[in-house]
Every structure is written in C-alpha cells, then in structure tokens.
Design a protein. Structure first.
Length: 111
C-alpha cells in the first residue's frame, strides 16, 4: 500500500517559483485582481505539479497568498494532520517592488 513514487519537495518548490515569477514579474498590486490571480496561479501550480512529478494516489492542496509590499513583515503559517512517512509539502515565495506572494503545495497520500 506504499506509494510508487514520493513527493519531491525540491522539484515542486522550483515549479512554484517558476509559476509565481511568470505571473507576477511585471505586476503591481491591485486588491480587486488578487483573488482571481491567486486562483489562476493556484490552478496552474497544481496542474504543473501533477504533470511534471507523476505522483499517484496523492491529494494536492495548493494555497497562494498575494499582498501589497509596503515594507511590513508578514508571517504565514499552516498546520495539517498527516502521515509523516508519506505526506509532505513544498513552498516558495516571490517579491517585487509592489507585491509579495507565497504559495504552498501540500501532498497528502490517499491510502
């Protein structure tokens, strides 16, 4: 019942970073656009992770935060109940002069 392949955090972290930079490189922060942009980025990250890692029997949960950068400090935390042998997560962040973004992908093995 063990997974045939495991979730590789380094590879997924790279995918997250690429997608964040692709979508946010030339963006300025606009609060009314952040929700749609977060959903779009989250869907693209999930799709790319599924295509490029080929992990089976994992439920992927992707969360993206986008906020305005005004020199403030921001801490984002999360908690999850999981099987420490198979479940894992990856995250990456992006920042430019106008905004910051952080994305996390949680991979939960479905037995």
């Amino acid at each position: 019942m063990d997974p045939k392949s495991i979730f590789v955090t380094e590879k997924v972290g790279g995918i997250i970073g690429e997608v964040l930079e692709l979508h946010l490189k030339s963006k300025t922060y606009k609060a009314d656009e952040s929700k749609e942009l977060s959903l779009k980025i989250s869907d693209e990250i999930k799709t790319k992770v599924k295509e490029e890692t080929l992990i089976e029997r994992y439920k992927l949960v992707c969360i993206v935060w986008i906020g305005q950068d005004r020199g403030q400090g921001v801490y984002i935390t999360s908690r999850c109940l999981w099987n420490s042998h198979f479940d894992n997560f990856a995250q990456n962040s992006y920042k430019n002069d106008h905004l910051f973004a952080q994305a996390s992908v949680f991979a939960l093995f479905v037995e």
